[in-house]
Design a protein around this ligand. Structure first.
Ligand code: HOZ
Length: 431
């Protein structure tokens, strides 16, 4: 099937004359998969429609937030209800504490939480807070992990940076990135070496406990526990960036799933029900440094925006009420999908490897295993791009990069999954 994309092409040309690359986030330009990006005009449940009327089964879900699917009735009602009372005040509103309470209840390591407007702001603020708390300069992050686009964190980053093959961003001063130590993920030995080299100088270790930004890459058995033991021993703050994994891999995020207690947690995506939001939180002791209680400054007019709060409350309340149904179903249906596509690849004589944690997953075009950036980057990205294009033509909307995780929602059906497996078989056969 070949899709008509005339209207999307026209919209792209118009956007290119006004917006760099025609996009407001680089991966959306579909450069790595060398095809035209459909302009999306509508989403309902697990499906989206483009400006030319083509329909797709969506496995991006706005890059994770839409765990209940597009235009979920409860979330929509909450947004419309809140909007009727005004869209922004730059003043405190009651719903902020309601969402905070849901988060504190779900994440026992979070006693206080501060809302911001994006995951980037959440991680940037958490790093500042860790430095304020420890009075140390250096931070450790891992190669292929992406924590938003703050200067200090654009070092060997995953996501769009990895997709476009940009080693680090232009405009980031060496004077700033010199305090960021990027280490291979899943390697305890190099971590110990860094701690011996920079003794008493490391403010924090920030990690995606299940990496979603070099494709989905889980921590190997014992690695997160090692991170916790070492950071505790060294009086270094451990930050779990749960912007993708929070309320996704389990209701209480990766820290609930693996039973590890970080000092600070960053959140985003799902807690805003598809509206712009981020958050960082931790113990009373650390969070008491945040202004106006303490000297660590961070602020924002749209922080705690009432529409985002209302959408987040509706989505999290739904998840909390139905969590014993939703998470096992997400896990089982995702397993069926991911393993079904791998079996289809085998049938046509092709080896794919996959990583999956609950409803977050990636098929890597390499024999694998994929455990870190080095092994992820061995993927055959040209083969991935060909697969991606064929899937898109077959009505399946996957992340347009080998180095981004895909997501399944609670509203995806057995039929969606079956359709996807059939499309994958056809796509791989025609490779
Ligand atoms: N690179 C982002 C997800 N990891 C994509 C953001 C977007 O394009 O919306």
């Amino acid at each position: 099937m070949s899709r008509k994309l005339d209207e999307s092409r026209r919209l792209q040309q118009r956007a290119e004359s006004l917006i760099p690359g025609g996009v407001n986030s680089p991966v959306r330009a579909f450069k790595a998969v060398e095809c035209e990006a459909p302009f999306i005009v509508r989403g309902q449940g697990s499906h989206i429609w483009d400006a030319d009327g083509n329909e797709y089964v969506d496995y991006i879900g706005s890059w994770g937030p839409l765990i209940l699917g597009h235009a979920e009735a409860g979330v929509l009602d909450a947004i419309l209800g809140a909007a009727g009372n005004g869209t922004s005040f730059g003043a405190s509103t009651p719903s902020e504490a309601d969402l905070a309470e849901l988060i504190v209840e779900a994440f026992p390591t979070v006693q206080k939480v501060r809302f911001v407007s994006s995951g980037t702001e959440a991680t940037m603020s958490a790093i500042r807070l860790a430095r304020a708390f420890t009075k140390r300069k250096y931070i450790i992050k891992f190669e292929g992990c992406y924590h938003g686009h703050a200067d200090a964190l654009l070092v060997k980053a995953g996501s769009g940076v990895a997709t476009l093959g940009i080693p680090g961003s232009a405009g980031v001063l060496e004077e700033i990135s010199q305090f960021t130590i990027a280490l291979p993920f899943n390697d305890t030995e190099v971590l110990e070496q860094a701690f011996s080299k920079y003794r008493h100088q490391i403010a924090c270790v920030i990690v995606e406990p299940v990496v979603g930004n070099m494709g989905c890459v889980p921590a190997s058995g014992g690695y997160l526990a090692n991170l916790r033991t070492i950071t505790q021993r060294e009086n270094t703050v451990l930050i779990f960036d749960e912007v993708m994994t929070g309320f996704r891999v389990a209701y209480g995020g990766a820290q609930e799933l693996y039973g590890i207690k970080p000092d600070l947690t960053t959140l985003g995506k799902i807690i805003g029900g598809g509206l712009p939001v981020g958050a960082y939180g931790g113990s009373d002791e650390i969070m008491s440094l945040v202004a106006p209680l303490g000297p660590m400054y961070q602020a924002g007019t749209l922080s705690g925006n009432p529409l985002a709060m209302a959408a987040g409350i509706a989505q999290l309340t739904h998840l909390r009420e139905k969590k014993t149904e939703i998470y096992p179903r997400l896990d089982a249906l995702s397993a069926k999908l991911v393993e079904g596509v791998v079996a289809a690849a085998k049938e046509v004589g092709m080896t794919l490897c996959f990583n999956r944690v609950g409803s977050m997953f990636t098929w890597f075009f390499t024999e694998g295993p994929v455990t870190d950036w080095d092994s992820a980057s061995k993927s055959d990205t040209a083969a991935f791009a060909k697969f991606f294009r064929a899937m898109l033509n077959g009505g399946i909307y996957l992340p347009p990069s080998q180095f981004e995780a895909a997501f399944l929602s609670a509203i995806h059906s057995q039929e969606d999954v079956q359709k996807t497996i059939v499309a994958a078989r056809n796509s791989l056969r025609g490779r």
